[in-house]
Design a protein around this ligand. Structure first.
Ligand code: F58
Length: 755
């Protein structure tokens, strides 16, 4: 094995290098070290196709996985340089929105670590997800040029090119590769496709751009604004571009490995990550046809090869494209989709399961379910809801296809890298084995009765809170008190995730603080920390952000309340921010409306880092609750059955709750109070107020009283520090189940059979 020395990658003494020079030297070193490890090989390979890979920064992750972290840090330190400084210097590739994209990244880490030959296949977005900034207490979006600023890239341009024919033009792709380093193991690769003609100059103001010129904007942004038709069609272009490249790559590679294409399923497993890559099914059938395989056999081959993961039950998130869009983007797929439609129609009458509906819309999930061999949900409850209600007609037809794969996270990034203090404490007690065999964390359980250990755990959390406070001050100039309770909700902004419920709690808390006598005031200050981006066209989500920031300002200006309560919104929340924030959290807010959050994965990250969950019985929270037991989690709110029944009845009326509960009414009305209007914009605040009062589609009001009561209990229990740390310890010990290594082992055993 080569001894890698950073000094040999720099052309001057390390002490004299600029950050850029050091960063580029580190990049070359890690690339060489990854190449030396080699790549997982085998007859059968996984192609994980996904529109998003939210990989986060790679430098430290790669150094840790390659076993070079301590050595490089020491070498830098000797030269008076700090690795942390270079970590901050690196740009984060924000090639995803949230959980779905981050899951894909965790999965690749686990595939590499478990020695599974796997390729991620996606798009090389030039700007990724937008950069969020706040101005006048509102979200603004700007392009995130993550590839600029003179940094060398983790992406390697390869000599692989494919022709992709669209209805009106054809383009030549280029494949880029990013090494996915496994933990102390070989590597896999993430293959991202781009076209050389993309031109960042078509960006006009902020994230607006000329949508007419596909060759210039195809891979410019992740999910361009889909509020207008041009944006929606561009999304179909992106999807077809992605899957056509994936299909061509896969067929080429399988033939190289010895496939005669009739036996494709022995050489490839395709995982379709949500419906975005669905067109890979007709595209593969088309390409197999071009290579002489008849339609019926091609359908069978593709079915044996492909598997589909569903990540949502929100009807509006299940893609459904007008056939006319596909006609424009990829007319060659239309006859195939029509044949698939005819095939289904010939067998089943139910409208619900048809591929093309009476309005000539193509239901992408329906293609996935009929023409793949596996359909999985991402947490036990979610899969059950798919089987029993959302996809029940399909479950009746294909019970054998349905299976659950509860999500997971890679513990290498979400503890070893982001929480060095906890990593050291844990490894000091039980050794390093848990890093690849996560269930070993259970060995910590007996320490629940060891006050000295619990005190150490408390100390680690306290240090993490200080570190986070320093980062936040540097990041956006916001000062938070590390002695306060860090009550954290960080995830995409969506009404179903109910940031507005937390907001209403904070308002109520503020109103109560104004009424309390001095001797009743709480012991610990609470810092409510939000991190969230709202989709650019999602009006109410942006109004919620506006209200949160305004409330933060109202409280800040109040000399008494500000001693006991602070509301903070992190600017540009992304993987990097999450890595700073999660290790510092005391409370993990997982308060989606029961039945709506497919799984959640931040709930797992918080748990692993010793935060206590305050949540509804939704998604993977249910499994967390089962594992840690009721003493170590706080649950509240209506059950998914109750929620589903209320939707079915269609009789939900938020006003009836508002009229019955004075405190709720006061909190809601505060949104449009003079104090709030002095900070904010009447249009936004009124709209949010009216939305809640007249619609409240995600039912915050019915859960409000229980949420407040439960949160009061959480804050009371926080005062017994030892008992609290005991809960934290149980959470850490039981987190092993949520390692993505476990999830991937299950995909391998039940679906992929790569080995
Ligand atoms: C998420 N989906 C689920 N979608 O919401 C979450 O419960 C689950 O844990 C996670 O997938 C992983 O299974 C998600 O992140 C998106 O980001 C959409 C992608 C397409 C555009 C709209 C957002």
């Amino acid at each position: 094995m080569t001894e890698f020395s950073l000094a040999s990658y720099a052309n001057k003494p390390l002490a004299e290098c600029t950050e850029l020079e050091l960063f580029n030297a580190l990049l070359s070193l890690t690339k060489d070290a990854a190449a030396e490890k080699g790549y997982n090989q085998g007859k059968k390979r996984l192609y994980y196709i996904s529109a998003e890979f939210l990989i986060g920064k790679l430098l430290s992750n790669n150094l840790i996985n390659l076993g070079l972290y301590d050595q490089v840090r020491a070498e830098l330190a000797e030269a008076g340089r700090d690795l942390a400084e270079l970590e901050e210097f690196e740009n984060e590739p924000s090639l995803g929105n949230g959980g779905l994209g981050r899951l894909a990244a965790c999965f690749l880490d686990s595939c590499a670590t478990l020695g599974l030959p796997a390729s991620g296949v996606g798009l090389a977005y030039h700007c990724g997800l937008f950069r969020q900034s706040f101005d006048k207490n509102k979200q603004y979006e700007s392009p995130d040029y993550w590839l600029r600023w003179g940094q060398e890239s983790w992406m390697r341009r390869t000599p692989k090119h494919y022709t992709v024919n669209f209805g009106n033009l054809s383009v030549t792709s280029t494949m880029y590769q990013i090494d996915v380093t496994g933990y102390h193991s070989q590597c896999d690769t993430l293959n991202l496709f781009d076209v050389d003609t993309v031109d960042e100059r078509v960006i006009k103001n902020r994230i607006n751009f000329d949508k007419s010129q596909v060759a210039k904007n195809l891979t410019l942004f992740l999910y361009p604004d889909d509020s207008d038709e041009a944006g929606r069609i561009l999304r179909v272009y992106q999807e077809y571009f992605m899957v056509s490249n994936a299909a061509q790559l896969m067929l080429d590679e399988c033939v190289e490995r010895g496939s005669n294409l009739h036996d494709l399923a022995d050489y490839a497993a395709v995982q379709i990550n949500d419906t975005h890559p669905t067109m890979v099914i007709p595209e593969l059938i088309r390409l197999l046809g071009e290579r002489g395989i008849g339609f019926d056999e091609a359908v069978q081959i593709v079915r044996d090869t492909c598997a589909y993961t569903n990540h949502t039950i929100l009807a509006e998130a299940l893609e459904c494209w007008p056939l006319s869009f596909i006609e424009r983007v990829a007319p060659q797929l239309v006859p195939i989709i029509q044949q698939l439609d005819a095939f289904v129609r010939g067998q089943y009458e139910d409208d619900f399961v048809q591929v093309i509906d009476q309005w000539q819309n193509v239901h992408m999930a329906n293609i996935d379910i009929h023409f793949s061999h596996s359909v999985n949900g991402v947490a036990a409850l979610h899969t059950k809801i798919l089987e029993d209600s959302e996809l029940a007609p399909f479950y009746k037809i294909y019970p054998e296809k349905f299976n659950n794969k509860t999500n997971g996270i890679t513990f290498r990034r979400w503890m070893v890298e982001c929480n060095p203090g906890l990593n050291k404490l844990v490894s000091g007690k039980i050794g390093e084995g848990w890093k690849t065999d996560a269930e070993q964390l259970e060995q910590l359980l007996p320490l629940a009765d060891d006050p000295a250990f619990l005190a150490q755990l408390d100390q680690v959390k306290r240090t993490n809170k200080q570190t986070f406070a320093a980062w936040l001050a540097a990041h956006q100039g916001t000062v938070v008190d590390p002695d306060s309770v860090f009550d954290v909700q960080s995830k995409r902004l969506h009404e179903y995730k109910r940031q507005q419920l937390n907001l209403l709690w904070a308002i109520r808390k503020y109103q109560r603080l104004q009424m309390l006598e001095a001797d009743e005031l709480p012991k610990h200050k609470v810092t409510v920390i939000f991190g969230a981006k709202a989709a650019p066209a999602y009006t109410i989500a942006k109004d919620i952000i506006h209200a949160i920031i305004c409330l933060g300002k109202v409280i800040e200006a109040d000399p008494v309340a500000s001693k006991y309560l602070q509301v903070v919104m992190i600017e540009n929340y992304n993987v990097t921010a999450a890595q700073h924030l999660i290790p510092a959290a005391d409370i993990s807010e997982q308060i989606s409306l029961a039945s709506k959050e497919a799984s959640g994965t931040s709930n797992m990250k918080f748990m692993l880092n010793g935060a206590i969950t305050l949540g509804t019985m939704d998604g993977a929270n249910v499994e967390i609750a089962e594992l840690v037991g009721e003493d170590n989690i706080y649950t509240f709110g209506d059950s998914s059955d109750e929620v589903i029944a209320r939707y079915k009845r269609g009789d939900y009326n938020p006003r009836s709750y508002y009229e019955k509960d004075e405190e709720l009414a006061a909190a809601v009305d505060f949104l449009t109070s003079d104090a709030m209007l002095a900070q904010g914009d009447a249009t936004n605040l009124n709209r949010l107020h009216d939305e809640l009062l007249n619609k409240d589609w995600f039912m915050t009001f019915p859960d409000f009283a229980d949420y407040c009561a439960t949160k009061a209990q959480v804050l009371k229990d926080y005062e017994d520090r030892e008992a609290w740390q005991r809960k934290a310890l149980v959470n850490i010990s039981k987190a092993g189940y949520f390692s993505s290594d476990r999830t991937i082992a299950q995909y391998e055993k039940d679906i992929w059979h790569l080995r």
